[in-house]
Design a binder for this molecule. Structure first.
Ligand SMILES: Nc1nc2c(c(=O)[nH]1)N[C@H]1C(S)=C(S)[C@@H](COP(=O)(O)O)O[C@H]1N2
Ligand SMILES: [Mo]
Length: 339
């Protein structure tokens, strides 16, 4: 069975939608409110009729299948709390945008569902298709398509999500069903999902090969690695929530520097510098639960008056950390004044 492509539903916000809601200093809650989550849609927001909708799973599976929404909802519901982060514009892959949230998704476990479908051993990649498509950045695509390696499925937590924070998925976040790939950048979590295809190779398309494909760098290429790397696992990153930019702090008065840190592998340590990187102090860091972000904090008594920059760097076990600049996960610097 091959998927007979559905007709494209009507698109609201044709031309695309990019809504950043909260700045880092506004990320004050551990779980981001549904209305505070950023919205990204390359083509617009399809208005999907759930009664007409179905998910096709095909390719290298023993039995290709179509699932209705109620069949997917009939499976055991899994709730996953996860960092949800946009990697930034595919046209400017090195510019940090800090569009990030931490949310609770509810849905069916995809690894378990595929376990019932007899997936072939040589199926190494999963392609996922959204119901949206059209023109983007001078090119065009029939559908928004992403792919991910089968190993990511084995690591668990990948959902066919129909709930966000206990309520049905809002239209702009993918109603009726989206993929959620915890630990990967948000771009991989395909909204308005209609097809999953198991394949032995990567998908060659606009959003897999041309965009969201980082240059690997000359050292990596010299070492025999491919010239482009898919934007999959989130790199170590952190945001300073408090103090807010341009705060006025009182000399000698105790305060706290705090924020969130995350990466695909999890953060092992977080360090703060107040002198442009000359010295770093280790902050207290909560241990990770599941795929959620981790809170860090450092009590601080400002001891000198004047302008000051606070910067945080998250470090993974193994030592991978954040660069000062020139990368989407560059360190977040907050300028304050001590009076
Ligand atoms: N079908 C479809 N899925 C998509 C996109 C899209 O344009 N179309 N944008 C991706 C990007 S770049 C991001 S960051 C996340 C944003 O998810 P959100 O809008 O629910 O926060 O959705 C991803 N999934
Ligand atoms: Mo994104």
């Amino acid at each position: 069975m091959t998927a007979s492509p559905p007709s494209r539903p009507p698109l609201d916000h044709a031309g695309g939608l990019r809504r950043t809601k909260l700045q880092p200093h506004e990320l004050t809650t551990a779980i981001t409110g549904v209305n505070d989550i950023f919205v990204l849609a390359h083509f617009g927001v399809p208005r999907v009729d759930a009664a007409q909708w179905a998910l096709t799973i095909d390719g290298l599976v023993g039995r290709a299948r179509r699932f209705t929404l109620s069949e997917i909802k009939g499976r055991p519901k899994v709730v996953v709390e996860s960092v949800h982060q946009c990697c930034g514009s595919p046209l400017e892959p090195r510019v940090p945008t800090r569009r990030v949230s931490n949310v609770r998704w509810g849905g069916a476990d995809l690894t378990a569902l595929l376990g019932d479908l007899d997936v072939a051993d040589d199926a190494r990649f999963l392609w996922s298709f959204g119901l949206d498509g059209g023109a983007f950045a001078g090119a065009s695509a029939e559908w928004f398509v992403k792919d991910l390696p089968r190993e990511r499925l084995a690591a668990g937590g990948v959902l066919l999500a129909y709930e966000l924070d206990g309520a049905p998925l809002p239209t702009e976040h993918g109603f009726p069903l989206r993929l959620v790939v915890p630990g990967y950048y948000g771009t991989n979590s395909v909204k308005w999902l209609w097809r999953l295809h198991l394949a032995h190779r990567r998908y060659d398309g606009l959003f897999t090969s041309r965009f969201y494909a980082d240059e690997a760098g000359s050292d990596a290429v010299a070492a025999g690695q491919p010239p482009h790397r898919p934007v999959w696992a989130t790199a170590p990153e952190s945001v300073v929530v408090a103090p807010a930019p341009d705060s006025r702090l009182v000399h000698g008065e105790p305060t706290e520097i705090w924020g969130w840190a995350w990466s695909f592998r999890g953060i092992a340590a977080l360090e703060i510098t107040l002198d442009g990187g000359a010295t770093f102090t280790r902050a207290f860091l909560e241990s990770r639960h599941g795929w959620a972000w981790q809170r860090f904090s450092l009590p601080w008594i400002p001891a000198t008056r004047g302008h000051l920059s606070i910067a945080a760097r998250a470090i993974e076990a193994g030592g991978v950390t954040q660069p000062w600049e020139g990368a989407r996960n560059a360190m977040h610097v907050v300028n304050v004044t001590v009076v």
